[in-house]
Design a binder for this molecule. Structure first.
Ligand SMILES: NC(=O)c1ccc[n+]([C@@H]2O[C@H](COP(=O)([O-])OP(=O)(O)OC[C@H]3O[C@@H](n4cnc5c(N)ncnc54)[C@H](O)[C@@H]3O)[C@@H](O)[C@H]2O)c1
Length: 454
């Protein structure tokens, strides 16, 4: 068995993860492959215009690309060349047939597994990096090892990085999880993967489990994080109704070490490609095993998230004299969180669609996410000329009736808000859904200010 690594899937997970693995394992060759030629071209671009924005990523890629990190569309060649195969392809929510809207769509994973089987020229370790339903590894092992010439051992190594802090999370992880069969072959395969991470992660932070525990842990961890967001947002609505302040409530709650202070920030709700998909996947798993009350419980986390975005729009309509028609609203931020250009499941997208339905004139500004915003909204911008995109936040706010801040980009609090106020139609409203602006200063300037949970 050789030490070289291939990762199938050059997305938000495959790219950054393999860049860091290559940097920390200079004696191993790491090849990242994808069927998307455009993505691979971007990873290989001379000017380092990488397909995803992630702070610190360019520096790592500059250090290792062409030395021991390579990007290619030659899946067959890479599978033949490497005995350790990570799979980080997308596993979106299934949109058809049984489990539509909840279950994981495993077609990309299965076609990848069949490709691996067809190309393999020896025994391989196949490592699930994608987030998958529990027992997927067993299904994949069955496909791979059925009438196979070679032996495939399937492990689960779910990724816990968060977009926006991916490089830091990879370099200093809270833990690395590797699950695998608890027999002699499985334990040896787990050790091969432990060795990759042990070059920089302290050994006590590399946790090994059986394969099903590893698969379930990833879903459960995301469900718990999403649940905290929905829980604090449920409290935020009550704060608005009663005069309590959600930031004060969260600060005091978080001081209790049993609760902890992280992930207690009220806002527009969670977005990103993972939380909703993974919670719904958990809902589907619970239902499949007849655990209907547990399924309803987790489903509530997603429902609460959707409710939060509807509530934001309803409040805005109410504060703008019950009509948004032909009013100009500058949406500050389209990425689902700061420091990423990723707009998958972004609350900003949901809210923009509601605003469009209300016939508002929406101008979207974002430092990194405008290319994705244009693609995401292509279905409605084609028909409607009411949605615009503008890189400069000052220009976006010119003549606007309201600024709706949706993403807490660091630049927004430091903008010249007096200048923005001067250029807006009066009365000028700011709805800060991230509670990141200086509320008192805005009120002093003359803005009407709305916050979440206040
Ligand atoms: N994005 C995150 O923050 C994050 C965090 C943890 C886990 N995950 C999980 O990682 C997985 C990948 O997520 P992502 O955000 O990187 O997705 P992504 O869509 O950015 O990347 C997936 C890539 O896989 C490629 N692909 C699909 N089928 C292929 C095939 N047969 N052969 C070669 N390439 C193929 C696609 O072209 C795409 O470039 C998902 O299961 C996700 O749940 C994501």
């Amino acid at each position: 068995m050789n030490r070289d690594i291939v990762c199938i899937g050059a997305g938000y997970i495959g790219g950054p993860t393999m860049a860091v693995i290559a940097k920390m394992n200079p004696d191993r060759k790491v090849i990242v492959v994808d069927i998307n030629q455009g993505r691979i071209d971007a990873w290989n671009s001379d000017d380092y215009e990488l397909p995803i924005y992630e702070p610190g990523l360019v520096d790592v890629v500059k250090e290792v690309r062409g030395k021991n990190l390579f990007f290619s569309t030659d899946v067959e060649g890479a599978v033949k060349a490497c005995d350790i195969i990570f799979v980080g392809v997308n596993t979106p929510t299934k949109m058809f047939g049984r489990g539509a809207g909840r279950a994981s769509d495993l077609q990309y994973w299965e076609s990848t597994a069949r490709g691996i089987k067809g190309y393999a020229n020896g025994d391989k370790i196949v490592v699930e990096k994608s987030t998958l339903p529990v027992r997927t590894a067993a299904a994949m092992e069955a496909i791979l090892n059925d009438h196979a010439e070679h032996r495939f051992t399937v492990l689960s190594n779910p990724e816990f990085l968060a977009e926006g802090t991916a490089i830091n999370d990879l370099v200093s992880p809270d833990r690395v999880l590797i699950g695998g069969p608890q027999d002699e072959v499985g334990i040896a395969a787990i050790q091969e993967i432990v060795d990759i991470y042990a070059t920089w992660v302290p050994r006590e932070k590399i946790l090994t489990t059986n394969v099903w525990s590893a698969e379930l842990t990833k879903l459960a961890a995301n469900a718990f994080l999403a649940q905290r967001v929905s829980s604090i947002n449920a409290i935020a609505g009550l704060c608005e109704a009663t005069g309590a302040d959600v930031e004060e409530v969260a600060r005091v709650m978080g001081a209790d070490h049993r609760i902890g202070s992280l992930f207690l920030k009220a806002g527009p709700g969670f977005g990103g490609s993972c939380f909703k998909k993974d919670v719904l996947n958990l809902v589907y798993l619970c239902e499949s095993f007849g655990l209907h009350t547990a399924a309803e419980y987790w489903d509530g986390v997603v429902k609460m998230n959707e409710h939060q975005q509807e509530r934001i729009v309803s409040r805005l309509i109410k504060e703008m004299f019950n009509t948004l028609a032909n009013k100009k609203i500058a949406v500050f931020g389209f990425a689902f969180k700061a420091d990423t250009g990723d707009t998958r499941e972004t609350p900003s997208g949901v809210v923009t669609r509601h605003l469009d339905e209300e016939h508002a004139h929406v101008v979207i500004t974002d430092p990194k996410a405008l290319p994705n915003a244009r693609k995401d909204l292509a279905d409605i911008t084609g028909k409607s000329s009411r949605i615009e995109f503008e890189e400069d936040p000052y220009k976006a706010a010119e003549g606007a009736d309201a600024v709706l801040l949706m993403t807490d980009w660091k630049i927004y609090p430091s903008l010249d808000w007096q200048r923005i106020h001067n250029s807006m139609r009066k009365p000028a409203l700011v709805f800060d859904t991230r509670n990141c602006l200086n509320r008192e200063a805005l009120i002093k300037i003359g803005f009407k200010v709305l916050n979440v949970g206040k």
